[in-house]
Design a protein around this ligand. Structure first.
Ligand SMILES: Nc1ncnc2c1ncn2[C@@H]1O[C@H](COP(=O)(O)OP(=O)(O)O)[C@@H](O)[C@H]1O
Ligand SMILES: [Mg+2]
Length: 427
């Protein structure tokens, strides 16, 4: 369901639109001229505007010109009686105009256009946040805040405030944003703040993924899963505030030490398996288990899983290339992920197997010169027993990892609890 503002002076047309939109399961609001439309935008916050150009007094063009001065990305469908309207220079300058329809309006075409322009997220009820703007804000006198200088790629966020936190330094950087160390001033507590990059913040899929990450984390309380403190949207930045872990990620530790002694890997494996069992209990799959998404707290050795941006429901289809999840070096992804098939929790078992192998041996189980060949190796190449590469590894632990790394999900463990039971038997 989307919120659609119809700016139209003709009462019969108003009725026609309202009936049509309600039938299509949308929320409709009518404005009888451009001025009224402009006033209603801040309160109604439409997802789409259907705009009649030819109205007396403050007409469609006036509305377009005013809209251009304010920072709103709402798409507009223009309905006009005059053919050739789309060549009008003023209209060309208004990038929000996405479509032109000429009167008499064909409702089927209108429906198609609406479907194209409304983000899928609205249909799935996953609109990025019920962001509440101050209702008294007039869009004209109080335009949306410009992006923090900080949100731009070129300048730094260091020193900015976000969600009551001061941003102090960079902790890590990934595809869709950066993670900063900060201080929650009221709590006087160090925090990690993940901020969606300015580029990703333009993409409704990236926003949804980010919002989903925060909301999922908010549902999980587990000692082996990073704790979320807050999330929000401020100064054009989407952010997630987490408990800061004085830690190192497992990848950096492996890199520094070449490999990790097996008793420590065994300990980490149990902790991560416990965290993952909590995720799987919620019928979710993490889908991006790898060393850089596992943090180890320096003082306690507690392992925590981070990075829930790729989490999906059990059996949701993997989109290998479209989503851009599988980019870079796919050392830890399951054969079914490589093949773009449905994944379930057993895919995380495989990825944990790759992670443990890497930690124990010092390199991942399948490596090739390029991502495609690495994926082919996941699908085809036999697994080498870790025990045969490092004799000090417990043979049982080695066997467990081999079973986790089976090509077919049904040949692996049934679930993380079974993995945990087996790990408990390792000396
Ligand atoms: N809560 C945290 N405490 C300390 N460091 C963190 C925390 N969260 C993330 N990091 C650091 O930031 C890096 C990237 O975080 P991650 O959530 O994996 O983002 P991305 O999606 O960019 O991979 C991690 O590998 C880790 O080094
Ligand atoms: Mg990560």
């Amino acid at each position: 369901m989307a919120r659609i503002l119809v700016v139209e002076d003709d009462i019969d047309m108003q009725e026609l639109y309202t009936e049509f939109l309600i039938k299509a399961n949308h929320q409709a609001l009518i404005a009888s001229n451009g001025e009224e439309g402009l006033k209603k935008i801040p309160r109604f916050r439409p997802d789409l505007i259907i705009l009649d150009m030819g109205m007396p007094r403050y007409n469609g063009l006036h509305l377009l010109l005013s809209l251009r001065r304010i920072d709103r990305k709402v798409p507009i469908i223009i309905v006009s009686g005059k053919t050739g309207m789309k060549d009008d220079i003023e209209i060309k300058l208004c990038t929000q105009v996405k479509s032109f329809l000429y009167k008499p309006v064909d409702l089927n075409t209108l429906k198609k256009k609406i479907d194209e322009l409304i983000p899928v997220s609205l249909y799935t009820g996953e609109h990025p946040f019920p962001f509440k703007e101050d209702d008294n804000n007039s869009l004209i006198t109080n335009p949306r805040p410009k992006p923090l200088a900080a949100a731009n790629k070129t300048s730094s966020m260091i020193g900015s405030m976000l969600g009551g936190c001061r941003i102090d330094s960079v902790l890590g950087e990934g595809g869709s944003g950066k993670v900063y160390r900060g201080l929650h001033l009221a709590m006087n507590m160090p925090v990690a703040i993940k901020i969606l990059s300015a580029d990703s913040a333009q993409d409704v899929n990236d926003i949804n993924r980010f919002v989903r990450e925060g909301r999922l984390l908010a549902q999980i309380t587990h000692p082996n899963i990073v704790k979320i403190i807050n999330m929000g949207y401020e100064s054009n930045c989407y952010f997630i505030v987490m408990r800061y872990l004085e830690s190192e990620n497992l990848l950096n530790i492996i890199k520094a030490k070449k490999y990790i002694p097996y008793p420590i890997v065994l300990n980490i494996s149990k902790q991560v398996a416990m965290g993952l069992s909590a995720v799987h209990d919620m019928k979710l799959v993490h889908r991006d288990i790898k060393p850089s998404n596992i943090l180890l707290e320096k003082s306690t050795g507690i392992a925590q899983i981070i990075d829930f941006g790729t989490v999906r429901g059990n059996r949701e289809e993997e989109k290998v290339t479209e989503d851009g999840y599988i980019v870079g070096t796919p050392y830890y992804i399951s054969p079914e992920q490589c093949l773009g098939e449905n994944v379930d929790s057993r895919s995380d078992i495989y990825s944990l197997g790759c992670t443990l192998f890497h930690a124990l041996i010092g390199y991942p189980p399948f490596m090739a010169d390029n991502p495609m060949d690495t994926m082919i190796a996941h699908v085809r190449d036999p697994i080498i027993e870790p025990y045969s590469l490092k004799a000090e590894i417990s043979p049982l632990f080695s066997k467990i990892i081999v079973k986790m790394l089976q090509k077919k999900p049904q040949d692996r463990y049934r679930d993380m609890y079974e993995v945990l039971d087996e790990l408990e038997k390792v000396e």
